[in-house]
Structures are given as structure tokens and as C-alpha cells.
Design a protein around this ligand. Structure first.
Ligand SMILES: Cc1cc2nc3c(=O)[nH]c(=O)nc-3n(C[C@H](O)[C@H](O)[C@H](O)COP(=O)(O)O)c2cc1C
Ligand code: SF4
Ligand code: SF4
Length: 271
């Protein structure tokens, strides 16, 4: 194959977008970072894509550590797509700098506004708005794919003016650092209610094996990445964050199911 796309997703937005780009480009291998931790040599591909959600204005730590291990070549057309729910922040600057450290460059920098999924902070946007964002994202995928096909350099996609203003405040920087360093332990606030039937989906869907089932209920082991997969894919809507999420609307991408998130092996065990 000529191209490869590595993606990370919690609730399916980044996967849905990665699938669209894969289809438009053709001849492209699509790899979930979560299930392909050992596919670390990407030098054989002409184009390499990295598609991920924005977490507190930055790239997820899980994606960053994977890219650090990936072998790339300076000759390749490397592109990144950040899917975000309102502010892309410095997520693509993170990726650009990381690739520079590896002697490569980020030739295509793209971002796409998708439905927000961070139920810990807010419930899902209304359906009409989410549908609008998803339809717009599909058009964006076509436009971006043409640029990628031609291997054209894109404009840098750093923070926008209003984001720069926000991010330049020392209080904001501190807030982001505190939030992100607190991710691991935020699962102390997760709990499952009496709707839980012990199906183990939350355990299987976690990208960092942070959930185990004990006495028929989930237990979190404090290395959480805050991806929201366990909460948003629980078919019983049984998982909550403290007392904040009980009345909030859940979200996952409309075209993605839990089957698409799990590896085949995990899915068979889940049946
Ligand atoms: C922990 C966390 C932090 C987030 N921070 C941001 C953010 O800083 N800016 C933003 O626009 N969206 C933010 N979001 C929303 C996601 O970036 C957005 O919904 C993304 O498309 C989800 O992708 P996924 O479905 O592939 O997981 C955040 C979501 C989570 C779970
Ligand atoms: S996915 Fe939901 S119902 Fe299934 S074990 Fe986890 S909390 Fe319980
Ligand atoms: S515990 Fe839940 S929110 Fe945390 S990384 Fe695992 S699936 Fe994501």
C-alpha cells in the first residue's frame, strides 16, 4: 500500500474522519494506534497520516508517546488531522514540533470541528447541530484528501486569534497543565450505577487497560487518559463522573459502533 493512517479515538469522531480520508485516497492502510503498538516502521509509505482528538488544546499523551516510537522518513508526506469540539489549540503545533525532533516535517496540518464528547464537562450538543458538524466534516474530508493526494503543503494550523488570547493568559496555561496532569486520577470520580449488568464493554474499550470488572462492576486503576470511551460506549448508560453526568446527554459518532472500536478478538469476546 502507498499510504498509512494511524488514528486514535475515544468516541469515533477521529475514526469516522480517518475512514473518509482512507476512502478518498484509496490504497491506504488504516491502523488504530491502540491495536497496532508494534507496527512502528512507517518508512515504506509515501504518505503518513496521524488523526486524533484534541484534549485540552493539545494532542493526547497516548498519541504523543506512540509517535515518539514511530520510525518515519524526512522524504514522506506526513499529515496530521486534529478533530476538536470548538478549539484546536496547539494540538497541531505539538505534532509539528514532535516530528521536527525526529528530523521530519508535518507537511499537511488540518483540523476539523466535530461534535464535542467531553461529558465530564458538558452533555452532547443537540442532534441537529451534531448532524450538521458531521455532514460538514464529510465535505472537509474530500477537500483535505485532494490536498493530500497532491502532497501539497498546507498553511500552519496553530491556535486561532481568540485561542491565542486565551492560551497566552498565565492562568489558562496553569489550568491546562493542572487538568492534563490530573487525567490519570480523574477516574476516582467514575462510578457505575445499578443499571450495570457486568457486560465488560467498559473494560474492553479502554485504550490503556485502566478498567477491570470486579464483583460484576467496573473498577478504575488510575492511569486514565480521559478518552470517554468507557462512559460513552456503556450501552446501559451506567457510568458517571461524580454526580455531574447523570442528566447529561451521551455521545458517540453516529456512524461508529463499539464493534469498530474493539479489535476483532475483543469483539468476539464481547458477544
Ligand atoms: C479530555 C478531553 C479534552 C477535550 N479538550 C478539547 C479541547 O481542548 N478543545 C476542543 O475543541 N475539544 C476538546 N475535546 C473534544 C474532542 O476533542 C472532540 O469531541 C473530538 O472530536 C473527539 O474525538 P473522538 O470521538 O475521536 O474521541 C476534548 C475531549 C476530551 C475527552
Ligand atoms: S459497560 Fe456499562 S453495563 Fe457493561 S460492565 Fe461496564 S458499566 Fe457495567
Ligand atoms: S478509563 Fe475510561 S476514560 Fe479513562 S482511558 Fe479508559 S476508557 Fe478512557
Amino acid at each position: 500500500m502507498s499510504n498509512v493512517i494511524y488514528y486514535f479515538t475515544g468516541t469515533g469522531n477521529s475514526l469516522a474522519f480517518a475512514r473518509k480520508i482512507t476512502k478518498e485516497l484509496g490504497d491506504t492502510k488504516l491502523l488504530n494506534i491502540r491495536h497496532n503498538q508494534n507496527e512502528l516502521d512507517a518508512t515504506q509509505y509515501e504518505r503518513v497520516g496521524i488523526i486524533f482528538p484534541v484534549y485540552y488544546y493539545k494532542m493526547p499523551a497516548f498519541v504523543e508517546s506512540f509517535i515518539r516510537k514511530l520510525t518515519l522518513s524526512p522524504k514522506q508526506y506526513i499529515f496530521g488531522v486534529a478533530t476538536y469540539g470548538g478549539m484546536r489549540g496547539i494540538s497541531l503545533v505539538d505534532l509539528r514540533e514532535l516530528l521536527q525532533e525526529k528530523g521530519c516535517s508535518l507537511k499537511g496540518e488540518f483540523s476539523v470541528f466535530m461534535p464535542g464528547n467531553y461529558i465530564v464537562e458538558y452533555g452532547a450538543f443537540p442532534d441537529f447541530f451534531n448532524n450538521l458538524l458531521v455532514s460538514k466534516a464529510e465535505k472537509t474530508a474530500k477537500r483535505i484528501s485532494n490536498i493530500i493526494k497532491m502532497k501539497q503543503p498546507s498553511k500552519p494550523a496553530g491556535p486561532r486569534t481568540f485561542e491565542k488570547l486565551y492560551l497566552s493568559r498565565s492562568g489558562s496555561k496553569q489550568f491546562i497543565i493542572e487538568k492534563r496532569t490530573g487525567f490519570g486520577n480523574m477516574d476516582s470520580g467514575f462510578n457505575s450505577d445499578t443499571n450495570c449488568n457486568g457486560c465488560r464493554a467498559c473494560e474492553k474499550v479502554c485504550p490503556v487497560n485502566n478498567v477491570s470488572i470486579e464483583n460484576g462492576h467496573p473498577v478504575w486503576e488510575h492511569r486514565c487518559e480521559q478518552c470517554m470511551a468507557c462512559i460513552q460506549w456503556c450501552s446501559r448508560k451506567s457510568i458517571h463522573y461524580l454526580d455531574k453526568t447523570q442528566k447529561r446527554k451521551f455521545y458517540h459518532h453516529r456512524d461508529i459502533s463499539i464493534k469498530d472500536i474493539l479489535s476483532l478478538e475483543e469483539f468476539i469476546k464481547h458477544l
